[in-house]
Design a protein around this ligand. Sequence first.
Ligand code: ATP
Ligand code: 5RP
Length: 314
Amino acid sequence: MASRPIILGIVGDSAAGKTTLTRGIAQILGEDQVTTICTDDYHRYDRQQRKEIGISAVHPDCNYIDIIQQHLGLLRTGQPILKPIYNHDTGKFDPPEYIFPRRFVIVEGLLGYYTRAARDSYDVKVYLAPPESLRAHWKIKRDTRKRGYTDEQVLAQLKQREPDSEAFIRPQRQWADVVVTFYPPNDGNGDQDDLLLNVRLVLRPTIPHPDFTHLLDDKNSHLGDAIRLELDRDMGKPVDVLGIDSRANAQQVQELERTLCNEIPYLGQFCSLEGNEDIGKVVGTTGEILQSYPLALTQLLITYHMLKAANIYK
Ligand SMILES: Nc1ncnc2c1ncn2[C@@H]1O[C@H](COP(=O)(O)OP(=O)(O)OP(=O)(O)O)[C@@H](O)[C@H]1O
Ligand SMILES: O=C(CO)[C@H](O)[C@H](O)COP(=O)(O)O
């Protein structure tokens, strides 16, 4: 059993779904077992200062990358940190708080993989990469409902930040063990339902994934093409890709769950296998209830990796 905290990184651009996924995973691990940290707290400038300087929140110079790195090192060895707090309501900083790491630590944010030392601190690294059209839809929804912006302001901010997103956020995809892409089945018709998203999971050979090879064998698999394992390339490197469609049925989902639970029986209680009807249910950051098999299986796979890293909950 690991005696230090297990650290999961969830990185992606603004409104890529980091907080939502973090919540779902914390639910499975048990809220009292998890410390969650959002690296927005490490912004160097408040909202007014950013406006005056003309720098975007996604630029590394706008964030205390060195302190994120130092805090990751402390958390990894089980030590507390004095963490700043950025307040999204006021656009300013609140007094800092002491954070003591629990057994599992989830660090979510924009630039978590920017430096090598930071990257080396995680046990499992996830990158969220929804299509840009879906991210814009999510960001408009979240920032207008929760952060007091208008549609026009959000669209203008997305446009203004695009060069920094391209230069600093998206390249971090290369460092992830798992790249998660939720996407609408009929991409591009603009009429998508957030409960009916498919998921594409890029599985890099940087950590040992569950043995999904039976999905390759059509004869033994009952999964049809709603759940499939494919070989592909991501940023030029060979990867496995697990695809899960929202139209996958309960029987197909259970077969995949069995693969995960065979190795980690603890996960069973969060699967539809044991009749859990709340599988994958999570409250989104705008208060809506999200529940789908692709979301549930994504949460389970990432939790599987954290439990494997901890070597507990067999
Ligand atoms: N898997 C998902 N399925 C459906 N909707 C989602 C999903 N993930 C996120 N969303 C929607 O996108 C919105 C933004 O997600 P979230 O707040 O988790 O993003 P974030 O990456 O944490 O953003 P930021 O870094 O800007 O704080 C949510 O309020 C929710 O409406
Ligand atoms: O990219 C973001 C991550 O959430 C925010 O836009 C960033 O944190 C700045 O926030 P604010 O809207 O309060 O100025």
